[in-house]
Design a protein around this ligand. Structure first.
Ligand code: FAD
Length: 390
């Protein structure tokens, strides 16, 4: 069994948006950082690749990633009926990228900041020790770290070590299909969000030039019904006859509000921490933000010499997540509740009340947050009225 005898300041597990951000920020803070990734970079990730304004704001300056489309309009539908296309009026628009390209670019920037990147290296075990955390890789190597950031996605090994608990688990099924020139121009600058037949479900089409990503998401535990839903959704939008480049499924998980974010010298970020929007399942902005804060906190954890210093460093991260991302998840759960119970009413409000669409458009552009949206007096009255109809 080989052992890496040096103890790293920070080891980051997983090179998605959360891990690459954490590694970059910890390296910029002067730490010796090792970023471990199970797959070979660039790697495919089941994801729509939609970057809302908030995610764009958290990308490193000048990141070299190709934007495949910029969204100028959103088509909303209710199971293929009552379809309405609404134009975006905000300056910053939702942007479409390929996740392999985005994540590889973020990892490159982390390496340029000084992080050592080792791909093809899966972490299989993690153990707390005195002043150090020991990680074992699938190849049997042992690595020591003064601080660890677990950013290993929704089936996180590190998350299990920390004790992350989730209260919402969904199954997302997605295809990435090459499309003809006419289909490509039909979707250019426009994405589709269509509310589905299963409670809390929806389907999407995200355009990326000569490729479209189309998929559906629904609560876990109804696999056959979700597959049928995907088949019907692809038929309705005429993607069913095309041979997909990728045809994959992935579980998305949202944390329980009381679930831990740290243990000893280990912090969890992004999907590994169950951070994501419970309604839209948007997760890239959550990963970029929590990864950035985890990287900052990990640098402080690595330097902590005593128990109070360590607790203080950990607490900084926990407070950042609890004060910013938790309220967003709480507000989104509120929307999810209404959407699940009354999808028709939800659709009518979104497509028939101009101020509701303006608010959502503003959120997509990164100008407002979901807590701000649901906190307006009009939204509060509307939500209370819907509660009354329960
Ligand atoms: C179908 C679908 C569509 C989505 N569409 C969107 C969208 O359009 N916009 C949006 O904002 N969000 C979207 N999301 C959510 C988004 O994909 C995630 O929230 C985001 O990828 C989280 O980033 P992350 O860095 O936390 O984890 P990931 O991107 O999952 O990265 C985790 C990394 O860790 C690696 N890893 C795992 N285990 C180990 C291990 N043991 N050792 C080493 N490495 C390991 C993995 O290989 C992976 O590279 C979608 C999700 C799904 C399922």
């Amino acid at each position: 069994m080989a052992s890496d005898r040096r103890t790293w300041d920070v080891v980051v597990v997983g090179a998605g948006p959360a891990g690459a951000s954490a590694a970059r920020v910890a390296a910029e803070a002067g730490c010796r950082v090792l970023l471990l990734e199970r797959a070979t970079i660039p790697r495919y990730k089941t994801c729509g690749g939609g970057l809302i304004g908030c995610a764009q704001a958290f990308l490193p300056d000048g990141l070299a990633v190709e934007v495949r489309d910029e969204i100028e309009a959103v088509t909303f539908g209710l199971g293929g009926r009552r379809t309405r296309t609404l134009d975006s009026r905000v300056g910053v628009r939702c942007r479409m990228v390929f996740r392999d390209e985005l994540d590889a670019a973020l990892t490159r920037v982390a390496a340029e900041a000084g992080a050592t990147v080792r791909d093809g290296t899966a972490v299989t075990r993690i153990e707390d020790g005195e002043g150090v955390v020991t990680l074992r890789t699938a190849a049997g190597d042992l690595l020591g770290a003064r601080a660890v950031v677990g950013a290993d996605g929704s089936a996180s090994r590190v998350g299990r070590h920390v004790g992350v608990r989730c209260e919402q688990v969904d199954l997302a099924l997605e295809v990435e299909v090459p499309v003809s020139t006419s289909t490509s121009s039909q979707w250019r600058g426009r994405m589709l969000m269509e509310w589905g037949p299963l409670p809390g479900s929806f389907g999407w089409v995200f355009p990326k030039g000569d490729i479209c990503t189309a998929g559906v998401v629904a609560a876990k535990g109804q696999g056959d019904a979700t597959k049928t839903y995907l088949r019907e959704f692809l038929q309705r939008h005429r993607f069913d006859h095309l041979r997909p480049l990728h045809d994959t499924g992935h579980l998305t998980r949202c944390r329980h509000p009381d679930s831990p974010l740290a243990r000893h010298r280990t912090l969890v970020a992004g999907d590994a921490a169950g951070l994501g929007d419970p309604w839209s399942r948007e997760g890239i902005s959550f990963a970029l933000r929590s990864g950035t804060w985890a990287g900052e906190a990990a640098a402080r954890v690595a330097r902590a010499e005593d128990a109070p210093g360590l607790a203080h460093a950990r607490e900084g991260y926990v407070t950042a997540v609890r004060s910013t991302l938790e309220p967003e998840m709480r507000a989104s759960r509120r929307i999810m509740d209404v959407f699940t119970r009354r999808p028709g009413l939800f659709h009518t409000a979104l497509t028939g009340v101009p101020s509701v669409w303006r608010g959502v458009d503003s959120y997509l552009g990164g100008r407002t947050t979901i807590p701000e949206l649901v906190g307006t007096p009009a939204a509060r009255v509307a939500l209370k009225a819907i509660d009354f109809l329960r």
